[in-house]
Write a protein that binds this ligand. Structure first.
Ligand code: ADP
Ligand code: ASP
Ligand code: MG
Length: 453
């Protein structure tokens, strides 16, 4: 069995969906399970609808809903032409859009947007795309069957960032997915969405979560491979939007890919690698516009390079806690990290000295309460508008050359913090937010572009 995941641009319109159908057909005899994202841009549109409705701008929200209706019905008609199957699919989509309109009305009345109601609304993107893909795939001769991912992706009830429950997912796959594949069918599911164990209430895995859905399903069915189909040729040496000369990485190790994803390489959701690693399932990143390409293979065995790629992310906060007492206090770090744990905020980069700890957080939504708790431990300062640049390579720490070159390449860029991960594969630099892109460009030029001719 293999799991194929198609991102938003790979199902963005009728033409893209037809292309995707051909890719699925070429894999159907391997026992394919398909996971699809919402049509490109739809999740952003749904969030905007939810926010407008909750602010009481119902007319604007409903206008957004009707825009989605038009787009989905139009692409369905382009794909399926006229006929019964088209009419049935459009009817099903319209009923979903009506539900969405009712939800927007309810939100406007309540005037309050909770993570739970946001999930209820954003789930419609994947619900609709998976409904469209099934008849579109069948039209190309793929024996596609829709499976409601809410019945398979079982999570906890942490809305908008739900934690998947692997045992329950494996059990649901044994009941609802594997028998279909054994029967020669191709199950098609929406990524990103799930439902809370016990209550069945709709949850989501967080932005970009369809990659994670694919790897969780891959692990649950013990797939031979997980293919992430997207709009670039594979994992590249940097984000091509920042560095247009970025090069394809043929093969990369799980841990390097995971670091890159965590430090801003949006091509993979940061959690994608973990379920695959556990069972050693190779993950491929491929371009749905150029299916003949070889893409990137992510596995245990990959060439060990000093630097494999550069990544970066913006809008990070740097928190510094200084405590003269720290030197003498056992358990200081534990108390400090317990505060972050209590507020469910994960820490990315950490550096300590005898009397201070500096760390970065990505999600600053709980920062005010965190800071007030941290004040119990010492003096606290917060620097917002920071960014992180990550230089990732399996052999970066071997010998001093790569690190010296990295530091030389960034020149006079102000570095607020510098850290080398314990595994020695990621050199992270905390810089001013507006220096992230220039630093990525400089580092890429140093390691990949060769001397200018
Ligand atoms: P999808 O909708 O298919 O999930 P995403 O937009 O989430 O696609 O991810 C693909 C995008 O990731 C690319 O268009 C690219 O701009 C960005 N990206 C960032 N870093 C990298 C990288 N190192 N390699 C490839 N793509 C990257
Ligand atoms: N549609 C969701 C998002 O845009 C999930 C995904 O595309 O992976 O975040
Ligand atoms: Mg994505």
């Amino acid at each position: 069995m293999i799991v194929l995941k198609f991102g938003g641009t790979s199902v963005g319109d009728a033409e893209a969906i037809a292309r995707t159908a051909r890719i699925v057909k070429s894999r159907a005899d391997q026992g394919a399970i398909v996971v699809v994202s919402a049509l490109a841009g739809v999740t952003n549109g749904l969030i905007a609808i939810a926010e407008q409705a909750a602010k009481g701008h119902l007319i604007g929200a409903l206008r957004g809903v009707e825009g989605l209706r038009e787009r989905h019905l139009q692409q369905t008609e382009l794909l399926l032409g006229s006929g019964e199957e088209c009419a049935d699919t459009c009817e099903e989509l319209s009923a979903m859009i009506d539900e969405l309109a009712h939800l927007a009305e309810a939100l406007a009345t309540l005037g309050d947007l909770t993570p739970r109601s946001l999930d209820a609304i954003t789930s419609y993107g994947e619900k609709m795309s998976s409904i469209i893909c099934v008849p579109a795939f069948r039209k190309q001769g793929v024996p596609a069957v829709h499976v409601d991912s809410c019945e398979v992706m079982i999570t906890d009830s942490a809305f908008s960032r739900a934690e998947p429950q692997p045992d329950a997912i494996a059990e649901a796959c044994r009941a609802n997915v594997i028998p279909l594949v054994r029967d020669g069918k191709v199950p098609v599911m929406g990524g990103f969405i799930g439902s809370a164990k016990g209550t069945g209430i709709t949850t989501t895995l967080g932005r970009g979560g369809s990659d994670y859905s694919a790897s969780l399903f891959g692990a649950a069915v013990q797939a031979e491979a997980i293919e992430i189909w997207t709009d670039v040729d594979g994992m590249l040496t940097a984000d091509p939007r920042v560095v247009p000369t970025a090069k394809l990485i043929d093969q990369i190790a799980f841990d390097e890919a995971s670091e890159l994803a965590s430090f801003g390489a949006k091509v993979l959701h940061p959690n994608t690698i973990a379920p695959a690693v556990r069972l050693g399932i190779p993950v491929y990143v491929l371009n749905s516009r150029r299916p003949e390409g070889k893409g990137t293979k992510i596995t245990f065995e990959a060439p060990k390079r000093a630097v494999s790629a550069i990544a970066g992310k913006n809008s990070v906060s740097l928190v510094k806690v200084g405590s003269p007492r720290m030197l003498l206090t056992e358990g200081f770090l534990r108390s400090l990290f317990e505060i972050f744990e209590k507020h469910k905020t994960s820490v990315d980069v950490v550096a300590t000295s005898e009397v201070s700890v500096s760390l970065t957080v990505d999600d600053s939504s709980q920062l005010e309460t965190i800071v007030s708790d941290l004040r119990e431990l010492g003096d606290v300062s917060v620097e917002r508008n920071r960014g992180i640049v990550a230089v990732v390579g399996g052999a970066i720490a071997e010998g001093g050359e790569a690190m010296a070159r990295a530091l030389h390449a960034i020149g006079d860029t102000r570095v607020h913090m510098l850290s080398l991960s314990a595994t020695g594969i990621n050199l992270t630099l905390v810089v001013n937010d507006d220096q992230v892109k220039p630093a990525i460009k400089r580092l890429h030029a140093e390691f990949f572009d060769g001397p200018a001719t």
